[in-house]
Design a protein. Structure first.
Length: 172
């Protein structure tokens, strides 16, 4: 076999290995599972709280992510953002990851004032828990440079079950 054929075979093998690695990494990232672990005291000065989640990687391949971000939306208003900083989770294990909950003070004040106004006028507040949505975005660049994101939306009940560990899907 001449050098050109050897080089072509080498490149073909390298590309195949890279594609397999990419597929396994995407699979591992796509199957990450989270649940609540611990929270710290709420800081009223900056309307935030430190939180920890348990992240589970049920796959047979390490899963790395840069950021897990959840927006809390009521009707069309963003009430806060929950951000977890990334790490690498070993195969078939779980790790505790740190994050921070930041509450939108103006949106919360508006909701509080609406409740107060409803109470003084003798009316029930128009608050529908079914209109709360949690939009989760997991950023995990492949090979550290190829942008890759997974976006999921949860109802308030689904998100509560996930964070309380009552989710049907935590395999660690």
């Amino acid at each position: 076999m001449n050098n050109a054929k050897k080089a072509a075979v080498g490149v073909g093998i390298a590309v195949t290995i890279a594609v397999i690695y990419l597929a396994l990494n995407v699979y591992a990232i796509s199957n990450l599972q989270f649940r609540g672990y611990q929270t710290e005291n709420f800081d009223f000065a900056d309307m935030s709280m430190d939180v920890q989640l348990e992240a589970c990687n049920p796959s047979f391949f390490p899963a790395s992510f840069n950021k897990f971000n959840v927006e809390m939306i009521y009707k069309s208003t963003n009430f806060g953002t929950f951000t977890v900083w990334g790490t690498t989770i070993p195969p078939q294990s779980s790790s505790i990851v740190d994050g921070r909950l930041n509450v939108n003070a103006m949106a919360m004040a508006g909701l509080f004032l609406a409740a107060l106004g409803s109470a003084f006028s003798g009316q029930e507040m128009d608050f529908d828990v079914n209109q709360i949505r949690f939009i989760a975005n997991l950023d995990a660049p492949i090979f550290g440079v190829i942008p890759f994101s997974i976006k999921k939306e949860y109802s308030s009940e689904e998100f509560k079950n996930i964070m309380s560990g009552q989710t049907y899907r935590f395999e660690c």
